[in-house]
Write a protein that binds this ligand. Structure first.
Ligand code: PMP
Length: 406
């Protein structure tokens, strides 16, 4: 069981006071806080073995390279990938999706082809495909969701044609917290040999993910949203796709040999890791995985689902509060508005109470457009949050209501 009061001590920042009030950090979907174990690992790496990876035969370089490759093995285990060379380190989800859009796109997408995304995507899983479609004269199709935020599966099915070359879809919406039926989508796509990319940026930190069981072709996530350092992310890709895809960035580290006549490329995954990557952050990601694995992913899921249920009930009871995306399967976050008050004004009042929530479009403008709104207030949870913190949010909402509702 999660012992929240004990494990909160692992996160130094949670001791902080903001405007004289204890910090209530409910902006975890934007980025999570880091446990001391991860922070210590970063200092330890720089203090004891720092050296560029895969570059030298000297001791430090070897040690740093071993740590980096061990981190890859840890990620492989975390996702249950078949092999570690299916794990490509990137700077984050955004770069991972751009890698596929550019590399897969340049090899497999032609004029007249079709790519399907959903209406609830983060801009990171829209714009790279738009740019690719502009470049290749392909078409971007959009699967809608209903007013509960539930993806309309029949509509999605209806969009698939023999020209569909890829479905790119978010596992958990960062604007609504809705969990999409990814396995069903993948099964449906695979009956017609269509590969599927999953944006897992809001998934991996909340419940176990097994890429072999899902049978997804690509899976992207960011380390900073799951207790690791910023500047590291992962693209999982099935070997058969990664082998066939050309490099998207080029330079040092991704080559086998270079002459002015001909350059040959390194094997997977190095073909996709040009230049000096953020190897220290990769090691921090492995530490974060170690940390959450010790807590148990299943326990995290149970604890966080209980928090979300509690928050949903409490918020729903506030007069004039509108929750967006009440589909049955949700996780990690809740998006809402209060009467006609601008979310920023609520955000400012909550901030004065030490409560950090997110206001805005959450980089998902089409979701805002669906509901005919400019922005929402978003509270997003981690396993270190408590029901007492949610009570403070509720109190804060009541205060905001009194102050802002005329
Ligand atoms: N997809 C989703 C669903 C996200 O929530 C985010 C981050 N808000 C991203 C993609 C982009 O992640 P990053 O900025 O770490 O690349």
């Amino acid at each position: 069981m999660i012992d929240v009061h004990k494990l909160r001590k692992d996160f130094p920042i949670l001791e902080k006071k903001i405007h004289g009030k204890p910090l209530v950090y409910l902006d975890n979907a934007a980025t999570t806080q880091k446990p001391k174990m991860v922070l210590d690992e970063i200092i330890e790496f720089y203090s004891s073995i720092n050296s560029n990876i895969h570059r030298g035969v000297h001791y430090l370089s070897e040690q740093a390279s071993i740590a980096y490759e061990n981190a890859r093995k840890t990620v492989k285990g975390f996702l249950n990938a078949k092999s570690d060379y299916e794990i490509v380190f990137t700077s984050g989800t955004t770069q991972a999706i751009n890698l596929v859009a550019n590399s897969f796109g340049s090899k497999f997408i032609e004029e007249g082809d079709e790519i399907i995304v959903s209406e609830m995507e983060h801009h990171s899983n829209i714009v790279p495909w738009q740019i690719l479609c502009e470049r290749t004269q392909a078409e971007l199709k959009v699967a809608p969701f209903d007013d509960d935020g539930k993806l309309m599966m029949d509509e999605l099915k209806g969009l698939i044609t023999e020209k569909t070359k890829l479905i790119a879809i978010v596992y958990v919406s960062n604007a609504l917290g809705v969990v999409n039926p990814i396995k069903e989508i993948i099964e449906m796509a695979h009956t017609q040999d269509i590969p599927v990319l999953i944006d897992g940026a809001q998934a991996v930190q909340h419940f176990p993910v097994d890429v072999q069981e899902l049978d997804c072709d690509f899976f992207a996530f960011s380390g900073h949203k799951m207790y690791a350092e910023t500047g590291i992310g992962v693209l999982y890709g099935k070997e058969k796709w990664l082998e066939d895809m050309p490099p998207h960035h080029s330079g040092g580290g991704m080559v086998d040999s270079v002459t002015f006549e001909k350059t040959t490329y390194a094997d997977l995954p190095f073909k996709f890791e040009a230049g000096t990557g953020n190897y220290v952050a990769a090691v921090s990601l492995a530490k974060a995985i170690e940390y959450i694995s010790k807590l148990s992913m299943m326990e995290i899921t149970i604890y966080e689902n209980d928090l979300l249920k509690y928050a949903t009930e409490k918020l729903d009871a506030i007069d004039g509060l509108m929750i967006y995306g009440l589909a049955p399967k949700r996780c990690g976050l809740i998006s809402f508005n209060l009467d006609n008050i601008h979310p920023y004004d609520v955000g400012m009042i909550l901030d004065k109470l030490g409560i950090a929530i997110r206001t805005g479009t959450h980089c998902a403008e089409p979701v805002m457009e669906h509901f005919g709104i400019n922005a929402t207030i978003r509270a997003s949870f981690a396993f270190y949050n408590t029901k007492e913190e949610i009570d403070k949010l509720i109190d804060g909402m009541h205060k905001a209501r009194v102050m802002l509702c005329k």
